[in-house]
Design a protein around this ligand. Structure first.
Ligand SMILES: Nc1ncnc2c1ncn2[C@@H]1O[C@H](COP(=O)(O)OP(=O)(O)OP(=O)(O)O)[C@@H](O)[C@H]1O
Length: 602
């Protein structure tokens, strides 16, 4: 994880098999600007691309919608633990490029090229838990993602429609601290967003901002740094995207290739893709160019995309550092840095990587740093403080609390009975079920098993090829697959309409993961359902934290669990309300958002 610094800065070949020789030079020429300040839509901006930017017009090479080079011959019928190896052999790097430098047995990096790239690829997803396929080899492919849609209806139908509990958001306590905190807004009109952004908000079906949006939008618009914690599914993405896009249009600056003006980093590839879609939606019909770079895809292809220039770059950390270390991306013009799922990004040794780009020598000193998550352990907050200056700290509800719109059921099930219990539950209702397991191999086995039953099942985990991961999500989203088996790679951020039920087939090993997993349902005021198989032999250590989460979200604690609660020894620091600004101090404002009039926000 931490040894990327000695990577060669300009390898001769890309990890994707392409020659580096034909990659456009780093730091290419400045792009012409010259658009009117009054024109956000680029229609009179001298030929500037209208939307999105960044994806090749010609789309994927084989035109099959799966992206070039993906030759997964067998149609997905399940997780298929054995498909991967075949794909790996067919599309693997070695076969194409024959590059050495990687010691398979020891997994060590060679001098340049392939090996180092492989390591970084593996690290690209923060949630990758470092399992390897049976042959000890990470599967590879040359993958060019499908071109993003330009269909207006599709673009604006990505979100989940708010549910019956949406208005209850206003009763959630809000706690804001920091010096001179800008006043929260009550409506999108008050936010004074650029009109084109405001129109896109309306087209998205948003009528009222959620609490995190009410607080964050004016804070970001005011130029402040922010650490924000709000429950899963409560609109954090728009809370940072709307003010950023609006400010980029309000105060336009010359666009230079390789110098993004806003950089949004997400721990997983699928979440990065989702943020990319959201950014395209809110920036629709403006001249803002929005691009994405993420692992598991062709570096060369993504480089071609960003050499068209982008105002907003969405990235996974490993791939971003790849670009930075090769000097294809610098931060001279970066006005906003966003860490989505910030606690995850600063966790597990990833803070070193974060430091590498946050404190990069090219980083524009005046940038704003914005951090968002539903969970924010205090020790991570402390670490995060290093990256922030004079920041506003906001919590909506309980830091790390579960969404009370999710009905949580905990069954005591030992490992031998989990499958039959799962079948029993699926027979009642299978559509829109995401089943979390702890290991990638476990995901493959379970998906293969279920595929033999009446439930069409797919899987997503870090050992699947990126094309397979994206196909799996598409199949699940469009209902072709009723069930998806996932590792924690899908635990955070994913906003999928048809997830009705989250099942923890295996409990996660920490309570924050539990909160994020069950938060895939019960989003934006809708009701959801989560069922967990608690194996006392395996999961005892989670008991006390789990009890606190259940109590904090008004759920029933089963007797077997309360009986073992005392001995759990979990380290979860559950706060009565609001969490703690680790800076301390007396600037906290604490009240529900709908009582804003009574608050002293200044
Ligand atoms: N003001 C709003 N009105 C209606 N729907 C909204 C509003 N804001 C966001 N949404 C919708 O709510 C859903 C959840 O939003 P989002 O994915 O940003 O949540 P989140 O807080 O980032 O969740 P997570 O913690 O799981 O990442 C999305 O489908 C989004 O389109």
């Amino acid at each position: 994880m931490s040894d990327w610094g000695d990577e060669p800065s300009a390898p001769t070949q890309s990890a994707d098999g392409g020659d580096w020789d034909d990659v456009p030079a780093a730091n290419p020429q400045k792009e012409v600007t010259g658009w009117s300040d009054d024109e956000d839509n680029g229609k009179s901006s001298g030929g500037r691309g209208r939307v999105g930017g960044g994806f090749r017009k010609e789309g994927d090479r084989d035109g099959d919608g799966d992206g070039g080079g993906f030759r997964g011959g067998r149609r997905e019928g399940g997780g298929g633990g054995f498909r991967g190896r075949r794909d790996g052999n067919e599309d693997g790097e070695e076969r194409r490029g024959g590059r050495g430098g990687f010691n398979r047995e020891r997994g060590e990096r060679g001098e340049k090229g392939e090996g180092g790239e492989r390591r970084r690829r593996n690290d690209d997803d923060v949630n990758n838990n470092n399992e390897v396929a049976d042959d000890g080899e990470k599967k590879r492919e040359f993958y060019i993602p499908p071109e993003p849609t330009n269909d207006v209806t599709e673009i604006f139908s990505s979100g989940i429609t708010s549910g019956i509990n949406f208005s209850k958001y206003d009763n959630i306590p809000v706690k804001v601290s920091g010096e001179n905190v800008p006043k929260a807004i009550k409506s999108f009109e008050e936010a004074q967003l650029r009109s084109i952004i405001g129109e896109n908000v309306t087209k998205s079906g948003y009528k009222v901002p959620t609490p995190i949006q009410k607080v964050s939008i004016p804070v970001i618009a005011d130029g402040r740094d922010l650490m924000a914690c709000a429950q899963t599914g409560s609109g954090k993405t728009a809370a940072f995207l709307l003010p950023i896009l609006s400010k980029l249009l309000d105060d336009p600056q010359d666009l230079e290739i390789g110098k993004p003006q806003a950089v949004i980093v997400s721990p997983t590839r699928e979440l990065a893709i989702q943020i990319f879609s959201e950014a395209r939606k809110f920036g629709f019909d403006s001249y803002l160019k929005i691009s994405i770079v993420y692992g598991g895809t062709s570096f060369k292809h993504q480089n071609e995309c960003i050499t068209k220039g982008c105002h907003v770059l969405i990235a996974t950390p490993g791939r971003l550092l790849d670009f930075v270390e090769r000097t294809f991306i610098t931060f001279d013009d970066t006005r906003f840095v966003v860490l989505d799922e910030a606690d995850r990004m600063l966790d597990m040794g990833f803070s070193e990587s974060m430091r590498k780009f946050m404190f990069h020598s090219t980083m524009r000193p005046e940038h704003q740093t914005l951090m968002f998550s539903a969970t924010f352990p205090e020790e991570i907050q402390r670490l995060a403080g290093e990256f922030l200056k004079d920041y506003v700290f906001v919590t909506i509800g309980v830091v790390g609390g579960a969404c009370s719109d999710v009905l949580q059921t905990i069954h005591e099930v030992n490992k031998f009975n989990k499958r039959s219990k799962l079948m029993e539950i699926l027979r009642e209702q299978a559509d829109g079920t995401i089943v979390f397991v702890e290991t990638k191999r476990g995901a493959d086995f379970l998906a293969s098993f279920l595929s033999e039953t009446e439930f069409p099942t797919t899987s997503i985990h870090g050992d699947r090829l990126q094309s397979q991961r994206e196909q799996a999500l598409r199949d699940f989203k469009n209902g072709t697959m009723k069930v998806i088996i996932a590792t924690s790679v899908a635990a955070r951020g994913l906003d999928i309409k048809n997830i009705k039920h989250v099942i923890n087939f295996d409990m996660p090993n920490n309570i924050d993961d539990y909160v994020h997993r069950i938060g895939r349902t019960g989003r934006v005021g809708n009701n959801g359902r989560a069922t967990s198989f608690f194996d006392p032999d395996q999961d005892r250590a989670l008991a006390s934290d789990l009890i606190k989460i259940l109590q904090g979200s008004a759920q029933t604690v089963p007797e077997f669990l309360s009986d073992m609660g005392g001995g759990g020894g979990g380290g979860y620091s559950y706060k009565k309300f609001g969490g703690v600004d680790v800076r301390g101090g007396g600037n906290a404002v604490s009240d529900p958002v709908n009582a804003e009039a009574d608050q002293d926000w200044d």
